[in-house]
Design a protein around this ligand. Structure first.
Ligand code: AMP
Ligand code: MG
Length: 622
């Protein structure tokens, strides 16, 4: 029996009452619906597919397969679906699978047909064994289409049990080892917990840590939780090569050609045969032709001959070496060079040396830089698949904040965080939604968070998450979703809110950064940046350098400290770092004067002058 003799039928005829009366097959699962997953696995195994359904016929029709309702009325169970399938089946065999089995085996048809043939049976059904118990799966069955009559008679007589008609036919059981492949999904909870596309909950992620105290969370635990919680945005787009600069590559780029396409010269000089290179006497070669860059020569030098060649010229047949022109004398069409000037093989570039046809030139997830644009151009690639830009909404909170252009009332400060955040997000290549200053007012804050959530993939706020701040900021953030509030073992920047909120059917990741201007930057770089890049589909962990500390730095073990620093070259030429001015967490000037941040880790104590420390450079931090 082969694929051509089997039709496939997805059984989706039930009412789906346990799923809140929503049709099971149409439930979202793994980025599609359950029925779509079942169809995807069934299609390659059979000649054609159809769906048995009794409601939502248009929605099932949209899968591009015929939809067959039951012939026996009144939701008579899966057997009625089998009947509908057998009566319309155009091939000798029908294979059925339920619409809630998104993991069904890819060799279901092959194994059931082998079992059916071996036993010379009319029907073969799958069975699995769990804890020594045989578990039949009668809805996964392969049946001879000519048994339709027998089944119709059984149903007409009021029979409903899936195996009730077995005594009238010959049945074979086929044992499958992988019981999980037959798992069906009956409740919303099961659906949620098995869905590979289901977003994790913070509680799940946090439970992976051996110790978790939100009020004393080490930096690296906070970073790990954030990394495990955020997920890439899946949408991609095709852009013209130049527009791909700074974007994240959405799929591997496989080279369609060899680069370079031919063996060619790396120098202006003379192409020759390596076997002509003598080690003890001057070498004299007759010049028989000239090849310019990108050109070929039909000349085939014999022993004692050579071809004048320019950089990039295609190597003439038989030649394997190039002597640069400055190493030879030319007299009357003959070149002369001293023995040992070059070795055989010198100055020749091989075809495919940069890239072989069929190999990955660039890998998915790479942020495209100028060199990558050039590389893609060298392959003739005009359009590039990239991740869609991440949309990030951001706002500042605080009654004391004034926007530039407004008078600075007594006791107020200008909102600087929104500009710092703008700059950092802009450098990451995000699409920005600047929502301005939001007052310390519950209704205003809720409205802003909802609007941000409905329009962006991620939200960055500053202020309002510290201990002294009005409590409702946290309450509102928490009410809108799965948000946690941390006190992180770090300085500056202890408080941080993180999670995902939902509004109007949309959801967005939330980073509630502290209000202090330096703390904002530190928390952005060490927590938000990597997470946003991950959402953009790129993996770009921070790269720390090592440098010598010029002076001693005081520090207590047990928390991470970030100090603004100036990295320069010491007298011995090696990098050294000094701390800039006052390190208060509100003093932006020291951040502006710095070119790096010194990272003093949790376990580390005070630093002696001359000791090596970790440093994060600002430039290149995109
Ligand atoms: P908060 O976390 O809201 O208590 O703010 C901590 C400190 O940072 C306060 O002194 C605020 O005035 C200051 N601050 C908060 N947001 C901003 C901002 N957007 N620009 C400048 N300073 C701010
Ligand atoms: Mg505030």
């Amino acid at each position: 029996m082969n694929t051509a003799s089997i039709s496939g039928l997805v059984l989706a005829g039930g009412r789906g009452t346990r799923m809140g009366s929503v049709d099971k097959g149409l439930q979202p699962f793994g980025g599609a619906t359950m029925a779509a997953h079942v169809l995807e696995r069934l299609r390659p195994q059979v000649a054609s597919v159809a769906i048995n359904a009794n409601q939502n016929l248009d929605a099932y029709g949209a899968f591009g397969a015929p939809v067959w309702p039951d012939d026996t009325p009144g939701f008579a169970g899966p057997l009625a679906g089998l009947e509908a399938g057998l009566r319309r089946c155009a091939t000798p065999y029908l294979l059925t699978v339920p619409c809630d089995s998104p993991f069904l085996p890819m060799d279901l048809a092959a194994r059931l047909s082998a079992g059916l043939m071996a036993a010379d049976a009319d029907l073969a059904l799958a069975v699995t064994e769990e804890n020594g118990l045989r578990q039949p799966h009668p809805v996964f069955c392969l049946v001879k289409a000519d048994k339709a009559e027998v089944l119709s008679n059984y149903l007409a007589a009021g029979g409903r049990r899936m195996d009730g008609w077995y005594p009238q036919i010959k049945v074979a059981e086929v044992l499958f080892e992988d019981a999980a492949a037959f798992r069906n999904i009956n409740t919303r909870d099961e659906l949620q917990s098995l869905d590979p596309a289901r977003p994790p909950r913070l509680a799940d992620v946090v439970s992976c840590l051996s110790a978790y105290d939100p009020d004393a969370l080490p930096v690296r635990d906070a970073q790990k939780i954030i990394r495990d919680f955020v997920a890439p945005v899946r949408a991609t787009e095709q852009v013209a090569l130049r527009s791909a600069l700074g974007r994240v590559l959405a799929s591997d780029i496989v080279s369609p050609i060899n680069v370079p396409a031919h063996d060619n010269s790396a120098m202006d000089g003379y192409a020759l045969r390596g076997s002509d290179l003598s080690l003890d006497a001057d070498i004299r070669l007759q010049v028989i032709d000239t090849v310019y860059a990108g050109r070929t020569s039909s000349a085939i030098p014999s022993s004692g001959e050579c071809v004048r060649i320019m950089t990039g010229g295609v190597m003439p047949a038989g030649c394997d070496s190039v002597v640069p022109q400055e190493f030879v004398r030319e007299e009357d069409g003959v070149i002369v060079m001293a023995p040992g000037t070059i070795r055989p093989g010198d100055n020749r570039r091989f075809a495919g040396e940069d890239l072989k046809a069929g190999s990955a030139a660039l890998c998915k997830g790479k942020i495209i830089r100028p060199a990558d644009l050039g590389l893609l151009a060298s392959l003739g690639v005009a359009e590039v698949p990239v991740q869609r830009r991440l949309r990030v909404a951001f706002f500042s909170t605080g009654d004391e904040l004034r926007s530039i252009g407004q008078p600075l009332d007594e006791g107020c400060v200008y909102d600087s965080n929104r500009y710092t955040i703008y700059g950092m997000l802009q450098r990451l290549g995000c699409d920005l939604i600047d929502m301005g200053v939001v007052r310390d007012d519950p209704a205003a804050l809720e409205a802003a968070l909802r609007e941000a959530c409905e329009n962006a993939d991620a939200i960055i706020t500053s202020g309002g998450v510290s201990v002294g701040a009005a409590d409702y900021t946290k309450q509102i953030m928490a009410r809108l979703g799965d948000v946690t509030f941390w006190k992180i073992g770090m300085r500056p920047g202890r408080p941080l809110a993180f999670g995902r909120i939902a509004s109007g059917g949309k959801s967005a990741f939330l980073f509630g950064l502290p209000g202090n201007p330096v703390a904002v930057m530190v928390s952005f770089y060490f927590f938000a940046r990597e997470a946003l890049l991950r959402m953009m589909g790129a993996e770009a962990p921070l790269e720390l350098l090592r440098a010598r500390s010029v002076a001693a730095i005081r520090k207590k073990p047990g928390r991470t400290e970030y100090q603004r620093g100036l990295l320069s070259r010491g007298a011995d030429g090696l990098p050294e770092v000094r701390i800039t001015g006052s390190q208060g967490s509100g003093i932006l000037r020291s951040m502006s004067e710095a070119n790096c941040m010194v990272v003093l880790h949790d376990e580390q104590g005070g630093v002696q002058a001359g000791e090596m420390v970790d440093v994060l450079m600002f430039e290149g931090l995109i």
